[in-house]
Design a binder for this molecule. Structure first.
Ligand code: TYD
Ligand code: MG
Length: 459
């Protein structure tokens, strides 16, 4: 065997870029102060991709000769997770679940085996003791007969046990706690994370065992710091949501076996994560008609339409500079919409404090929410309520015009399904695709600009 030497290199914590010397600014991603020193072994072949696996003896093939019929999907008895994976787990795939601490990554990945007792699962925990996992399992409930817990952090041992047991599914919690003997640096470092992921990928591709890998998110919001992990794995799922709120969104960011515009919604309960098949039902008003400052937006997240309540409070500014604050919505966009109201519709909002809140602790960045935001602000400003069966979908431009938004037909159908009777959309919206749909109870009001919206709403 070639002698193993070590050398010192610098890695960027953000993008994984390697450099022989320290630099203040990473030349690859442009981030400052992200270079960290690590020792790596040289003279040893690094196997990072599935095609590097030795002994596979593969030869180039004609595309038409490749058999595409055998893609086995394993159902996880969880409609939401199955859906965002593109119809179940693919054999031999490596799935990364990312999210901030405490968001529910461990809960979800333990809940899957507990709800699938027919799958032999190896749950490797490097963060919690086996006893802690047991307590969590007791909380979640379900059938634990197929689930094996293995408390270990050394990758060589984990792979050896996995090869011996040959489970149907393996979970590794978390990539930051695992380490391999072949790498000198400490667990959680860029080289260790890369090596751990590469070892698991090799295992998954060679044996066909699907592996779920959990990764923490850095405060900058990228999974496990180095973007390099996202390149290695097949699927990246990201957990989002307010820690204080009970709703959790699981978004697919990358999926080699399905669409990336999928979104799953869960509610954190005392017994684990509950699938929410109808997110709109939690996000729309539960109060009586007659409250001012409330408007419902027919929004779209990824491919999923849902309706969300936008709440606004407009009050006289107590101090010289009016306050503008928004939860779940971009404050700069709110400021822009207020400026549009001021300039194009003559509302004197500059002497008012404006507060905006999206229901359920969700973060919204669909421009179609503009129309509901403007309506909620106007409703609070005039103290005139908008009827609770009215909703909105439209983007507002700088000159106060209401612009059409993508997939208005799907938003309208979702609103109709939930019993809304009236929706405000842009007058430039084409509704051809709605022909033949059962929405006869729905009145579609087309507005061209903010003044006409205002006239139509608060006549
Ligand atoms: P956890 O899965 O440990 O988060 P992560 O692995 O992403 O760090 O989730 C922990 C939070 O969820 C914790 O604050 C407790 C809460 N929780 C419940 O509310 N109900 C439950 O049934 C479980 C298991 C956890
Ligand atoms: Mg955890």
């Amino acid at each position: 065997m070639a002698s193993v030497k070590t050398k010192t290199v610098w890695f960027c914590k953000e993008c994984g870029n390697e450099s022989p010397k320290w630099m203040g600014c990473c030349p690859s991603c442009g981030e400052w102060n992200t270079m960290v020193e690590e020792t790596v072994a040289t003279g040893r072949k690094n196997l990072h991709t599935a095609s590097d696996v030795p002994g596979s003896g593969r030869k180039p093939m004609l595309l038409k000769d490749i058999d595409s019929s055998v893609e086995q999907r394993i159902s996880l008895n969880n409609a939401e997770v199955d859906r965002i994976l593109g119809g179940g787990l693919v054999e031999g795939s490596l799935i990364l679940i990312g999210g901030e601490p405490g968001i529910g990554k461990s809960t979800l990945s333990l809940q899957i085996p507990l709800h699938c007792p027919h799958l032999k699962t190896l749950y490797v925990t490097g963060e919690e003791s086996a006893r802690q996992v047991k307590l969590r399992a007791a909380r979640i409930g379900g059938d634990d007969s197929g689930c094996m817990i293995y408390s270990e952090t050394l990758m060589e041992n984990i792979i050896a046990q996995a090869r011996r047991i040959m489970p149907d599914l393996m979970v590794v919690d978390s990539v930051q706690t695992m380490f391999s003997q072949t790498v000198e640096s400490s667990p959680g470092s860029v080289t260790q994370i890369k090596e751990t992921a590469a070892m698991l990928l090799r295992f998954a591709k060679e044996t066909g065992v699907p592996v779920i890998l959990i990764g923490h998110i850095t405060k900058e919001g990228s999974i496990a710091g180095p973007k390099v992990l996202e390149h290695i794995v097949d699927v990246v799922l990201q957990f989002e949501g307010e820690n204080r709120g009970t709703y959790r969104l699981l978004r697919s960011i990358k999926n080699r076996f399905g669409s990336t515009s999928e979104l799953a919604v869960f509610e954190m309960t005392g017994k684990g994560l509950r699938e929410v098949a109808n997110p709109s039902e939690m996000l729309i008003p539960m109060h009586e008609d007659g409250l001012s400052g409330v408007a419902v937006s027919a929004m779209l997240d990824g491919m999923r339409p849902f309706l969300i309540e936008v709440q606004s409070l407009v009050s006289t500014a107590a101090y010289g500079t009016p306050q503008r604050s928004a939860t779940g919505f971009d404050v700069r966009r709110l400021n822009m919409l207020l400026a549009v109201l001021e300039k194009r519709a003559g509302f004197k909002l500059s002497v008012k404090d404006v507060f905006l809140n999206m229901a359920g602790g969700l973060k919204v960045n669909d421009p179609a929410c503009d129309l509901a935001v403007i309506s909620a602000v106007l409703s609070s400003n005039f103290d005139l309520a908008i009827p609770s069966d009215v909703c909105f979908a439209g983007e507002v431009g700088l000159s106060g015009e209401v612009r059409p938004v993508a997939q208005t037909d799907r938003r309208i159908m979702e609103a109709a399904r939930l019993g809304f009777r009236k929706i405000y959309v842009s007058s430039f919206t084409s509704l051809d695709s709605l022909a033949g749909q059962d929405i006869k109870d729905m009145e579609i009001v087309k507005v061209a600009d903010v003044p006409s919206l205002c006239r139509s709403l608060f006549r």
